[in-house]
Design a protein around this ligand. Structure first.
Ligand SMILES: [Zn+2]
Length: 258
């Protein structure tokens, strides 16, 4: 059995049987991993409370046929400040959903691990604007996953958006991965290409462009735009999510309660 060591962030930690826990981790070196930690809930467990969701841990495990087995854990950062605040926790929950939706299989991407770590750090260290961190995270994650939204030009005619704003409203078209000008939207809609496209205000577009380029610690969304920004980001993620099918083989999934 291959033994390996990695850093990982606990995405989910669920009870299994009398004393065990099944963990989903996003690891720095192996991407998404499901593992069992045995004996964890016994009072003298060597794991103690170290496997709370969102914790960033250094762990040692050996590979198994259906699940890996965690044998040692050391907490690097518990992020308890995120877990103990409902608004922060909600934003973190959205981030975890985005990771599940956009990260396929066992492919390791250290940039995803680092982005998740820095996003949790940003949530814990600030007092407001948690939604901005959640939206920025999902947007940046979609770019790392290869689904960069087109926010500078119309996805159809490729004209610069600054040039076409006088011609009518802009639209965000999730299946096309970007913005459509008014002139291109009607023919695209008739061709059945735009899905649930919806109008996009210039202010929301500017806020999205800013989230893409700004470091996650510094992101902010102007008051009143949070909802429209979140709508674009979640539609974009959903349109490009390959689903969770590639995350876990069926035999792994049966171990998880729905
Ligand atoms: Zn166009």
């Amino acid at each position: 059995m291959a033994v390996y060591k990695s850093k990982g962030i606990v995405l989910r930690s669920i009870r299994y049987g009398e004393a065990d826990r099944i963990l989903d981790l996003y690891t720095r070196d192996s991407g998404l991993v499901s593992a069992i930690a045995k004996g964890i809930r016994r009072t003298k467990s060597r794991f103690g409370g170290r496997l709370e969701p969102l914790s960033c841990v250094d762990f040692l495990a050996y590979e198994g046929r259906t699940l890996d087995t965690v044998t040692q854990v050391e907490v690097l950062r518990s992020f308890h400040g995120v877990r103990e605040n409902l608004k922060r926790l909600k934003a973190a929950g959205g981030m975890i959903s985005a990771v599940r939706a956009l990260s396929g299989g066992d492919e390791a991407d250290r940039r995803v691990f680092n982005l998740l770590y820095h996003a949790l750090d940003a949530l814990e260290s600030r007092e407001t604007d948690f939604d901005a961190v959640g939206s920025a995270f999902a947007l940046k994650l979609s770019i790392l996953a290869g689904y960069t939204p087109r926010l500078d030009a119309c996805v159809s005619c490729e004209r610069d958006l600054a040039e076409v704003t006088g011609e009518g409203p802009l639209y965000f078209a999730p299946p096309l991965g970007g913005v459509l000008c008014a002139g291109c939207r009607s023919p695209s809609r008739e061709a059945g290409l735009v899905g649930d496209s919806f109008p996009l205000s210039p202010d929301t577009l500017a806020a999205l462009q800013d989230l893409v380029v700004r470091p996650i610690r510094e992101v902010a969304v102007e008051d009143g735009l949070e909802e429209s920004v979140r709508r674009v980001v979640s539609a974009h993620v959903l349109a490009h999510a390959p689903g969770n099918a590639s995350f876990a083989a069926p035999d792994r999934r049966t171990l998880r309660p729905a």
